[in-house]
Write a protein that binds this ligand. Structure first.
Ligand SMILES: Cc1cc2nc3c(=O)[nH]c(=O)nc-3n(C[C@H](O)[C@H](O)[C@H](O)COP(=O)(O)OP(=O)(O)OC[C@H]3O[C@@H](n4cnc5c(N)ncnc54)[C@H](O)[C@@H]3O)c2cc1C
Length: 438
């Protein structure tokens, strides 16, 4: 009998967990992702702030699954699903909309940034979702110091050295704390014309407190910690405007050349591909066994799925995606092996953590809450444990110890294609083209 074909779209937390759960199943599994790597997103902010290099938090999906003989990894972008014909359409470097059929389909395509209807902000305020985004933000932060050092007019230093982070959730809090530590310790002795410690960091959010998903006391502790690091926290007002000169918040302009978007996200178009019911944000509403209504062979897991538990929507966090991916894999395995169905999916919440600067984190699990150094150690241990490969665990651990002891960071390189590097270079290229065309 022919083996069933299982297509998994997305090699993030959900898709990878599903693939691993299916490792012993007699089936042909295809994992399709538009990038060749799995990213440990909770540490993206450390790449953006130069602590770690991209290769320390990302691994080739092919390498992670190299011992899983039943699984083929395909680099390609899924553009649609035909539920009737049971196939997905995939585009790659030289082919468009190639159809790949399935018996079971798991969609784990995550989210992307949302500028809440202001897509024009994106040009001036990059968001943080991928390794490429992290490198863009790293360039932006490091470039600001270089530009200020090169600038003779001290009056311009202030604007060049003003950083604005829009969104005071975990990413905004972690990144603003990390920038504060960067400027007050790592960069301290390296500049001659400017004092990096004079840089200003604003964290802006329309919410009344930072770290909305955490309890009020932890949120207060995080805000106090940020303020002690010199971060100016502006709450209760969203940004009205973001442009090349900075942001406008509650009618006040904050001049800045380095604005970073750490606010909203929007789900992948999986709901549109499937043309099924979604929640208000566009996440696919799934049944209690994570399948799509009337299509028991289609599963949607992770950030792009909407499921309520005890009357509340499950959060868009890695643990939900991992547990859902694992559940979908196990359920498919039981169906293939003609075993009884699983109980409905139930998320086991292991808690929330966020780092605020050096040696300080907030931790909340059930009714237990703590903040400070012990919470930071717990945060470090948990994050090391969940990195995709043991080589990364060793490398990140060594880097963290080194950074903790010496304040030196792992990757402070401004990496751009030479065409992007300066207007001068671009002008030269344009001149070169004009000359050669004569
Ligand atoms: C900066 C940041 C910090 C975070 N910090 C934390 C944290 O501290 N703790 C926590 O629990 N969670 C955190 N999260 C959230 C967590 O990373 C997500 O909840 C989790 O990644 C969701 O897993 P997923 O599998 O649904 O999606 P992802 O892990 O995002 O994976 C989606 C995959 O699908 C691929 N893909 C998307 N569209 C297509 C397509 N059309 N075709 C092919 N492939 C496609 C993508 O390339 C990607 O590999 C953070 C997220 C970010 C962005």
């Amino acid at each position: 009998m022919a083996q069933p074909k299982i297509v998994i779209v997305g090699g993030g937390f959900g898709g990878l967990a599903a693939a691993k759960a299916l490792r012993n199943v007699p089936a042909k599994i295809f994992l399709i992702d538009r990038t060749n790597h799995h990213v440990f997103q909770p540490l993206l902010y450390q790449v953006a702030t130069s602590v770690l290099s991209p290769g320390q938090i990302g691994s080739p999906i092919r390498s992670i699954l190299r011992n899983q003989k039943n699984t083929t990894v395909i680099l390609g972008e899924v553009t649609g699903v035909d539920k009737g014909q049971k196939c997905v359409f995939v585009s790659d470097a030289d082919r468009q909309n190639v159809s790949i059929t399935y018996d079971y389909l798991i969609l784990a395509t995550g989210v992307s940034h949302s500028y809440f209807g202001h897509d024009e902000f994106e040009e001036f305020a990059p968001g943080l979702k991928s390794l490429a985004d992290a490198v863009v933000i790293r360039n932006k932060i490091l470039q600001a110091f270089e530009q200020a050092e090169a600038e003779e007019d001290p009056a311009r230093h202030r604007d060049l050295l003003t950083f604005v982070l829009v969104g005071a959730g975990p990413t905004g809090v972690e990144m603003s704390g990390a920038i504060a530590v960067l400027i007050r310790s790592t960069l301290k002795k390296e500049f001659r014309r400017i004092d990096p410690a004079s840089a200003r960091i604003f964290l802006v959010d329309m919410a009344p407190r930072v770290l909305g998903p955490f309890s009020e006391d932890l949120s207060k502790a995080a805000k106090e910690r940020l303020e002690s690091l010199g971060v100016e926290v502006r709450l209760g007002h969203g940004v009205d405007q973001i442009d090349a000169d900075g942001v406008v918040v509650a009618g006040e302009r904050i001049a800045s050349k380095a604005v970073i978007w750490t606010a909203g996200v929007t789900p992948s178009p999986a709901g549109k591909w499937l043309a099924v019911e979604t929640d208000h944000a566009g996440r696919v509403r799934v049944e209690k066994n994570l399948t799509v209504q009337e299509y028991p062979e289609i599963f949607v897991v992770g950030d792009t799925a909407a499921l309520d538990q005890d009357g509340k929507p499950l959060p868009g966090v890695a643990q939900v995606a991992i547990q859902q991916g694992r559940y979908a894999g196990r359920l498919i395995q039981r169906q293939i092996e003609c075993k009884s169905e699983l109980k409905p999916f139930r998320y086991f919440d292991k808690g929330n953590m966020a780092v605020v600067g050096k040696g300080f984190a907030v931790l909340q699990t059930g009714k237990f809450r703590t903040s400070g150094f012990i919470a930071w150690l717990a945060w470090a241990a948990v994050h090391l444990q969940f990195l995709a490969q043991s080589s990364l665990r060793v490398s990140v651990f060594v880097q963290w110890v080194w950074t903790y002891l010496t304040a030196q960071r792992g990757s402070r390189l401004i990496v751009k294609h030479h065409c992007e590097e300066s207007g001068v270079t671009q002008a030269h290229m344009a001149l070169g083209k004009a000359v050669s065309s004569k």
